[in-house]
Design a protein around this ligand. Structure first.
Ligand code: NAD
Length: 517
């Protein structure tokens, strides 16, 4: 049984004497302690399974962001000087503590995001893989060495941390996506400021406490809660060297443009519209299982969710029948209830927007095979059932927009070429998948498609931690993907040293341009 960390930020609310319950106040974490917000601005956090307001999160002012940056700036010289041996040791402790508290972390995710507990535990596990990757930092930071490039001259390359770096993260993976960023950033010797989503901010505070408990010095990791005000300050502050962003495409584009304009290194991962191509030779049951899992898992609120199924040739009818048969079996309910497989959406507004695509699809000519609004559940949670639209065409809103909910569109294509054309014409390029028994076609698909991640009979091809994660086109702005080798490159800069240790006996004055001798 893991020890529960007791801090006021995670209390569930107490009677306030007037018969109503106080919601918990969610603060910043700056310079190693909780700091109550002073801006007077805040946001509401809900339990999406009940619709209840459970928390009020402070929104940082520019001055509060400055405090976090100043703490990070002050902590940097000592942190970057910590030996690789000590840093690796510390990361092993971080890994152990996060692992001990994985249940508690997952419960916070379920309470604020709504995803079912098993999915929340899966999120923590995938995030932990990146922490495990960061434990290998001594090997990851190895440079190159060339002996005797000239007589008595050696050259070597080293990589050094950038300084203070920031991460801005989305609501859909409140633990894992921050881990994609802070784990490699800290391991490389940077100080890190996290601005998590204001919709489910509490997981970041538990992580902050655990990092402190593991021995990360105060100021090395801070959390500023908030909105555009906090983000804008991080983007303009001269002491922030780099910004990692994950979120929707319009914000990603603007973060990239603003950050790079002020001279920062920026990686900004955006939205997605992931196509799953099913060829006529595919195993129908396997493809239907995969489509249902990848479209409706986490209520479709995954950037790698399958939102379009491209049914090639005569596979469409049997595939739709197989998916339709599976839909009523998806257990929808609160994430903490045993047996629930799909939880609610993040907010009421988002649920209603997602649901609106069903009528819009019908009005634009799609056939509504399953309407998620038909589900019957007690209470006021933000639920929407699994929805399926057939005969979708590229002009329809349900095809063009990233819906980010449990609405799967089926587009019928006559040929493999038509299917690939659809994937490549789409402005997004995060992931895609093909289902087939033909290895040659699968290999051709991997060659043909313009996306950053490809699954072959794998619907959600999120790379393991020692590869990097990222899309193409409007799914990523910047050159570096997240975690894996790209992250080590992103969070460091290179230096090349040319050194001579001459034998004093051969030393002489030489005014010529240095030659390779
Ligand atoms: P979002 O873009 O609304 O918010 C992301 C972050 O940006 C949050 O921290 C938010 O507070 C901040 N933000 C919002 N508006 C801002 C503004 N005007 N200026 C500055 N900052 C702002 O995204 P979301 O709704 O939290 O997350 C869902 C989106 O994230 C989807 O589009 C999804 O595809 C995407 N996503 C992408 C990946 C990926 O790896 N490509 C992974 C997860 C999520």
């Amino acid at each position: 049984m893991s020890e529960q960390i007791a801090v006021s930020t995670r209390s569930t609310g107490e009677e306030n004497g007037s018969g109503t319950r106080d919601v918990k106040q969610i603060h910043h974490w700056i310079a190693g302690k909780l700091v109550a917000g002073t801006s007077g601005r805040s946001g509401t956090v809900f339990n999406p399974a009940t619709g209840e307001r459970t928390g009020e999160v402070a929104f940082a002012s520019a001055e509060e962001v400055d405090d976090a940056i100043a703490a990070a700036h002050a902590a940097f010289p000592e942190w970057r000087a910590l030996s690789l041996a000590r840093r690796a040791e510390l990361f092993f402790r971080i890994r152990e503590l996060l692992n001990e508290h994985r249940q508690e972390l997952a419960q916070i995710l379920t309470a604020e995001h709504g995803k079912v507990l098993s999915d929340a535990l899966g999120e923590v596990a995938r995030g932990l893989e990146v922490v495990e990757f960061a434990c290998g930092i001594p090997s990851l930071l190895k440079g190159e060495f060339s002996e005797q490039v000239s007589t008595g001259v050696d050259v070597y390359s080293i990589r050094q941390p950038l300084g203070v770096v920031a991460g801005i993260t989305p609501f859909n993976f409140p633990a894992m996506v921050p881990m994609w960023m802070w784990a490699p950033a800290l391991a490389c010797g940077n100080c890190f400021i996290l601005k998590p989503s204001e919709k489910d901010p509490s997981a970041s505070l538990l992580v902050a406490e655990l990092l402190q408990k593991a021995g990360v010095p105060d100021g090395v990791f801070s959390v500023v809660m908030g909105d555009k005000v906090a983000v804008d300050r991080l983007l303009e502050h001269p002491d922030v060297a780099a910004v990692s962003f994950v979120g929707s495409t319009p914000i990603a584009r603007s973060i990239y443009e603003t950050g790079t304009r002020s001279g920062k290194r920026v990686q900004a991962l955006g939205g997605a519209k992931n196509h799953m191509v099913v060829l006529p030779d595919a195993d129908i049951d396997m493809a239907a299982d995969a489509a249902v899992s990848a479209a409706y898992g986490s209520a479709g609120e995954r950037c790698m969710a399958i939102s379009v199924c491209v049914a090639v040739g005569d596979v469409a009818d049997p595939l739709i029948d197989a998916i339709t048969e599976r839909i009523p079996k998806v257990q929808i309910g609160p994430g903490l209830e045993p047996g629930s497989e799909m939880g609610p959406l993040i907010t009421r507004e988002h649920r209603d927007k997602v649901a609106s695509y069903i009528d819009r699809g019908r009005a634009q000519g799609a056939k509504v095979v399953a309407d998620g609004r038909d589900i019957e559940l007690d209470g006021d949670g933000f639920f929407l059932g699994a929805s399926l639209l057939d005969d979708v065409t590229p002009e329809m809103d349900c095809y063009r927009d990233e819906i980010f909910g449990p609405v799967l569109s089926v587009v019928r294509a006559r040929t493999y070429d038509e299917a690939v054309q659809l994937v490549n014409d789409n402005p997004y390029g995060n992931g895609t998948a093909i289902f087939t028994r033909d290895g040659g076609v699968a290999r051709q698909f991997q060659f043909d498609v313009n996306t950053g991640m490809v699954g072959i009979n794998v619907p959600i091809p999120v790379p393991v931690a020692y590869y990097s994660f990222g899309g193409w086109k409007a799914s990523l702005f910047g050159d570096s993907h997240a975690y894996g080798p790209d992250s080590i490159h992103f969070y460091t800069r290179g230096k090349v040293v040319t050194s001579r240790w001459p034998d004093p006996a051969t030393s002489r004055v030489d005014l010529g341009f240095p030659q390779t001798r």
